[in-house]
Design a binder for this molecule. Structure first.
Ligand code: GLU
Length: 495
């Protein structure tokens, strides 16, 4: 099938918030498809009606778009093999299940839940593997079964797994993988509610959608012999398979909802850049041929091969993600960074909902001051809030150290600074000019520069730490410096 264009899919189940595992699968499927100039398809596996969640379907697509992993075909997008939502394809699954029944590869089963529970209990008591004992296959003739179905008896359709032999396939990441057929149960293909199971729907759709490579999480590896058997029963050529390693926490446990960071919405809310998240996910299990840590999606696409995977359960280290996120934040042009931070400033009440251009220009300058430091977009509101608030709160410790009671040189230093700033023409309110002034004041007072820089920072921000003082002063501007120095000098009187 070398000439066949590569077509891959992800088939998430819309059961809740879009999952980080979907992003992980999406990333590698997308990269593989793009590497080969093929197609990346989104299909919604919504056949489990009990767990279905209607808003989740749209959220999955939104999350993929946020990450820059736009599917070529899928729900809301369309494509030649739609619909891409399994619950809209029910007639197809019934058609193909009937075909298997007609060919003797599948059979009707009328066993009740109670009967199956008793059977399992007896098998367990006898120390046997629990699997369907084929009562409906062995005790009912096909005509009899068909008649009961026509009469409306509740039933499922089961696949008749071969009882001998081994199913072996070549996993593109793991090499040869084998399963003994005798250990595989007769899978239900159509449930009593008429819905297909995962196995049937997946195989039918992967065939009809011309999927060439199924690359999915390791947890599905035991489904693969069932799927291969179905492909064979239908007489269809099977795609190739690759099973990605499962993501794990540092203690090797599987990442789960309880830890909160499985939802992609969590990353958005935490101010993680999608580029950083992709780079982070790419490093989980895959490695760059030059061992690079920082690389973008295009570089992953260019270098993608299955050989570069290792299967030993990559560790999900959120600290590493934050570090990477910082790297990406620093690398952004300010005009690209600003619109990403703006919603966080609005949410924090620092900016009003529709900031006017002047407010945006000022906010942009404030963000630029802290761009080097932030490791998440969520950190910006706190880092810059004082710049927007002339009546910022003073930090107790910093007040005690520099302002109230103040060392003898502080009041004269701040007063002199105030006078000199007043005298400066607006055009001279630059970081360089302000630095000169502050350093000269320290010299004239016979103290080290730090002894003026720290109290000045305290006077202008109420904080012990912050962005470069002189740049921050330049952003604040003359009127604001004046107001803040006066306010602090006034406050100092109280001591
Ligand atoms: N619905 C399955 C999932 O949630 C799809 C598995 C597959 O890719 O076959 O991951």
């Amino acid at each position: 099938m070398t000439d066949t264009p590569v077509r891959v899919r992800i088939a998430p189940s819309p059961t809740g918030d879009p999952h980080v595992g979907t992003a992980y699968m999406g990333l590698f499927n997308y990269a593989f498809a793009r590497h080969h100039g093929g197609q990346f398809i989104l299909r919604l596996d919504d056949t489990d009606r009990e767990r279905f969640n209607a808003t989740s379907a749209h959220a999955i697509l939104e999350a993929l778009r946020w990450l820059g992993l736009q599917p070529d075909e899928g729900p809301e997008i369309g494509g030649p093999y739609g619909p891409y939502v399994q619950s809209e394809r029910l007639a197809l699954y019934t058609h193909y299940a009937d075909q298997l029944v007609a060919a003797g590869h599948a059979y009707y089963c009328f066993c009740t839940k109670e009967r199956l529970a008793e059977m399992r209990a007896a098998q367990e008591a006898a120390g046997d593997a629990t699997m369907y004992d084929r009562r409906c296959l062995t005790t009912l003739t096909r005509e009899e079964a068909a008649r009961r179905v026509r009469d409306g008896a509740p039933h499922v359709i089961r696949m008749r797994m071969p009882r001998e032999g081994v199913t072996t396939f070549h996993d593109l990441i793991r090499g040869a993988v084998s399963f003994e057929n005798a250990l595989i149960d007769d899978q239900v293909l159509i449930k009593a509610d008429g819905f297909p199971t995962y196995h049937l729907a997946t195989v039918v759709d992967d065939h009809l959608m011309r999927i060439t490579h199924i690359t999915r999480a390791e947890e599905w590896i035991s489904s693969t012999p069932k799927h291969l058997t179905l492909f064979r029963m239908f007489g269809w050529e099977a795609p190739q398979f690759a099973h990605f390693p499962l993501l794990r926490n540092a203690d090797r446990s599987k990442i789960s909802k309880r830890q909160g960071h499985t939802s992609l919405h969590w990353y958005q809310a935490e101010g993680i850049l999608p580029e950083a998240l992709l780079n982070f996910l790419a490093l989980l299990g895959w490695s760059h041929p030059e061992e690079k840590e920082i690389f973008d999606l295009n570089e992953l696409i260019a270098n993608f091969t299955f050989e570069r995977f290792n299967t030993s359960g990559p560790v999900f280290d959120l600290e590493k993600l934050r570090w990477l996120n910082g790297v990406y934040i620093r690398a952004l042009a300010i005009d690209d960074l600003y619109p990403r931070v703006e919603p966080f400033l609005i949410k924090a009440g620092i900016l009003q909902a529709q900031p006017v251009p002047e407010e945006q220009a000022f906010a942009k300058q404030c963000i630029a001051l802290e761009q080097e430091k932030a490791r998440a977009l969520t950190e910006f509101p706190d880092l810059v809030s004082f710049l927007f608030n002339p009546n910022f709160p003073y930090d107790d410790e910093v007040v005690a150290q520099w302002l109230r009671p103040a060392p003898a040189h502080v009041r004269p230093a701040l007063s002199t600074l105030l006078e000199q700033v007043e005298a400066l023409p607006d055009a001279d309110i630059t970081a360089e000019r302000l630095e000169e002034i502050v350093r000269r004041i320290a010299e004239e007072l016979g103290v080290g520069a730090g002894k003026v820089i720290h109290p000045t920072r305290a006077a202008l921000s109420g904080r012990a730490k912050g962005p470069s003082l002189f740049h921050m002063m330049a952003v604040l501007g003359k009127a604001e410096i004046r107001y803040r120095l006066k306010r602090t000098l006034e406050m100092m009187k109280g001591g």
